[in-house]
Design a protein around this ligand. Structure first.
Ligand code: SF4
Ligand code: SF4
Length: 400
């Protein structure tokens, strides 16, 4: 990551931390306890998974439970059919299965509708935060690249940038027939899909004739109440706000029973909702004793406090798997000891600031030691790396 990008990233992270301090939430420790209990109950629980599938189907949602990413892509291609323009909202699972690239190879245009993700797509850049993907880019950098892409002068003004990107997104939304979203939670008791957003773009994507939801089996929650607890914690940790602007709960397609109490589907959009629930190595992680990794809600708070991430940014990441937790996850899923694991200082700041107290340093120690080198060796090496990059950063930017 360039030095200016690390500076921009730190600035963005500090403003979230400041909002967290100014906006202290009520009863947070109680909520964290409830969230932890819900995650412990749900992750890897096959009975709950079967209940989810049954209740979603009862609600008229087409459900596909798939093991591998290619299986998911094939199903999505089948659902897309002849459509050539897809609008999409932010989803880490679609990034994980490299959905956009696979669809583009088939001649399908995929347009991200979240402003940050659309900028990332245009700039062909790597994300730096799960919910604020362009936190490392300054308005100046974004404006320069957008001027080239749209072939118009774009000012270094955040408001102007948002307006230009929004107009582009709206013109695509008006022409598309299928929308793809992720999901923050799937609830077993109600058979509902829960999604949250601040921009309002998910609402626009899910009003397409066909709505395809792509998510993973670890997003299951016992009920809507537990999903709401998660959303409040997610929102606070990701943005410093105690509640997101919008929460969508989908429990079926558009329908009416106004005439003789006979159900007619598809009064408005969507008339078709397809949910793809992907395993992609998650069951193996549970079997191999790494269930805790799947408790993660993707809030990104661990990144805000990680000294390595605050020094080298998304160089401390593997693909879209950011920070220590992301690299550990990647290494375990791909049976490969990623070399960036050596950067971790095992300082424990991620664990202290994680709402689920995920013991990331312990996991990293377990993966990287692997009987070859001792922890003392990694401790020394990681600290030397950190001191070196800190010194370089100070030299270039004058920042601590
Ligand atoms: S333990 Fe590792 S991943 Fe966690 S905050 Fe420290 S350096 Fe970052
Ligand atoms: S590991 Fe914890 S802090 Fe980091 S993204 Fe997951 S839930 Fe949030």
């Amino acid at each position: 990551m360039k030095y200016e990008e690390v500076t921009a990233l730190r600035k963005a992270f500090n403003s979230v931390k400041m909002r967290q301090i100014q906006n202290p939430p009520q009863g947070f420790s109680d909520k964290k306890k409830r969230l932890k209990a819900a995650r412990e109950l749900s992750v890897g629980n096959e009975k709950l998974l079967n209940q989810v599938v049954d209740n979603l189907k009862k609600n008229g949602i087409k459900v596909h439970l798939v093991r591998e990413k290619q299986e998911a892509i094939d199903i999505i291609l089948g659902e897309i059919g002849e459509e050539r323009l897809i609008v999409k909202s932010k989803s880490n699972v679609t990034k994980e299965i490299e959905l956009t690239g696979s669809l583009e190879k088939k001649g399908i245009t995929v347009v991200e509708t979240d402003i940050g993700d659309r900028i990332l797509q245009i700039l062909k850049a790597k994300p730096s935060h799960p919910t604020g993907p362009v936190a490392h880019l300054s308005a100046k950098e974004i404006a320069k690249n957008l001027s080239t892409y749209y072939n118009i002068p774009v000012k270094e003004d955040p408001e102007e940038i948002v307006k230009i990107v929004r107009d582009d997104v709206i013109s695509n939304l008006n022409r598309a027939g299928i929308g793809i979203t992720g999901a923050n939670a799937i609830t077993a008791e109600e058979g509902s899909i829960v999604m949250t957003h601040n921009e309002g773009n998910i609402y626009e994507v899910m009003r397409m004739k066909k709505h395809i939801v792509v998510t993973s089996i670890d997003k299951i929650y016992p009920d809507i109440e537990s999903a709401m607890t998660m959303l409040k914690i997610l929102s606070f940790n990701a943005t410093g706000s105690i509640i997101p602007s919008f929460v969508e709960i989908i429990s079926g397609v558009s329908k009416t029973a106004d005439i003789e109490k006979k159900f007619i589907k598809g009064v408005h959009n969507p008339s078709d909702i397809i949910l793809i629930l992907i395993d992609n190595k998650r069951s193996e992680l549970v079997k191999n004793g790494f269930k805790e990794l799947l408790h993660c809600i993707g809030c990104g708070n661990c990144l805000l406090f990680c000294p390595i991430y605050n020094t080298i940014g998304n160089e401390f990441a593997r693909d879209n798997n950011l920070g220590g937790k992301g690299i550990a996850y990647y290494s375990l899923c791909n049976n490969e000891k990623d070399e960036r694991l050596e950067f971790c200082l095992t300082c424990g700041r991620c664990k202290q600031n994680c709402p689920l107290e995920l013991d990331i340093p312990a996991m990293i120690k377990k993966i990287r030691n692997n009987g070859v080198s001792s922890e003392a060796y990694y401790f020394l090496k990681s600290h030397m790396i950190w001191v070196y990059y800190q010194a370089l950063l100070r030299l270039k930017t004058g920042n601590d």
